[in-house]
Design a binder for this molecule. Sequence first.
Ligand code: SAM
Ligand code: SF4
Length: 352
Amino acid sequence: MSRNSQLVDSHGRIIRDLRVSVTDRCNFRCMYCLPETEEAANFYLNRFQPAADSIKINREWQPQSRMLTFEEIARFVRIGRDLGIQKIRLTGGEPLLRKDFEKLVGMLAKIDGIHDIAMTTNGFLFKQKGKALRDAGLSRVSFSLDSLDRENFAKITGRDALSNVCESIDLAITLGFSPLKINAVIIKGVNDHEVVELVRFARSKGASMRFIEFMPLDSNRAWQKELVMKGNEILEVVKRHFELTPKIPVNASETAKRWGFPDGKGELGIIAPVSEPFCGHCNRLRLTADGQLRTCLFSLNEHDLRGVLRAGSSDEEVALYAQSVVLQKEAGHRIGQKDFAQPLRTMSCIGG
Ligand code: SAM
Ligand code: SF4
């Protein structure tokens, strides 16, 4: 494939990884994403005043007519494949809320050259859908699990669903999803005391425990750097309890730094976009559920792919449009800089 027929940005980065959000809806209300519970409000209010326009941001769901259909998503993935996309991650909102989601997985799995279809989920509906997803060709699953304490889990996610999510993780293992990943966002004063237990839990399941730094993408606009447990702080805590061996990255675009354990059980991954940005080798493009292309989680602009698809454009025209969008990919995010501005849409709408 020549460089001309790939998705290459103006900094020379080649896009291989497409993240597709299939819905902006969610059945959880995580305090770092879509906070709505009294506990979340109190936690934030005790520390600082959220922005006055906060609650407006994410309470207006997009109408169904604006959501890309499965056919539109599959068409763009096929065009993306011809431009060098190799990996697809399906996310949301909560992807399992999208009706007949397994049909989309089946359609994508049939596209030659897409070797890896992964999903990020809160796991709540996985028991109903797991087998159908496996049969449809889903390769990998990442579960979000921020606490192993029932009350703390409910406080963080707004739902009393810890046992349900743990059962989903067990089912995923039985169904043969491997390697299984468990994601946790660690917030100081909320779940920073659970880091070691989360590592133990993931190891007991043979899974990779991945800690993600809290990013300024919450609907309350309440993020403060003081709340972020930095990657190196997490690493220090884990090192006090486990011997760790650094793992060599499989490819240069890996966002997680990874470590193994001497007994070979499980893995530790730390994703530190705030304290150690990895923008320089980012190979991602994002597609929102309502068909907007985003070149970065923190982009302030979106690009209306839905309009291009629905205007009757040919595959070649869509490909040229995608290439022109990728050329506008930002050099990096500006978290921590004076001019940083949080995107209007939150993580749940962009697709994490
Ligand atoms: N609902 C699914 C889930 O929670 O796994 C998929 C969508 S969620 C937006 C994808 C990932 O983004 C989750 O692992 C979640 O923990 C993470 N996330 C959400 N808001 C975040 C924030 N403000 N900072 C860092 N990670 C965040
Ligand atoms: Fe939580 Fe994911 Fe829903 Fe956000 S989209 S509220 S992270 S479950």
